[in-house]
Design a protein around this ligand. Sequence first.
Ligand code: URA
Length: 184
Amino acid sequence: MLKWKELYEECVNCHKCALGDNRTNMVFGDGNPKGKIMFIGEAPGADEDRTGLPFVGRAGKLLTRVLESLELHREKDYYICNICKCRPENNRTPHEHEEEACLPYLRNQVALVRPKIIVCLGATAMNCILGKDWRITRDRGKWVERKGFYMTATFHPSAVLRDENKKPMFWEDLKDIKKKYGEF
Ligand code: URA
């Protein structure tokens, strides 16, 4: 297991897959590296690629706003990152070999943060972390305990932006995450 600085250096120099050749910035992660909650998304979009920070575009702003309304603050309460650290062109879903190449970095981040709660944002992160048999509309909001981590999934905030009907469920899931957070 690498320490933060060495891990960052590995990621910033990574060319294990072609996404590394096309990035403006590698998007490592943000928030409290000792946060009790870790949110995991899919991959950076255009705003993230430009700034080097995760979840800063429209979807990220929605997520940040909802979490703040629940008094969950990025600098204090959670760490946030993605399965893939580099942007896929045109925001396509990452290929499996790209996820596989990047997963050791995420595992190392999880080992360093040691969160109590892991939240997968959207189907891609959920299928990668919780299993291929999970279905986002059916299984969102469910909790499993694995290796001492409490894990769940909710909609990706960009799915909520596309479909207003998902908002109440998204809100309900995040409220439940806040409740779980209160247990630690
Ligand atoms: N979508 C993601 O999955 N991650 C980001 O960082 C931004 C948008």
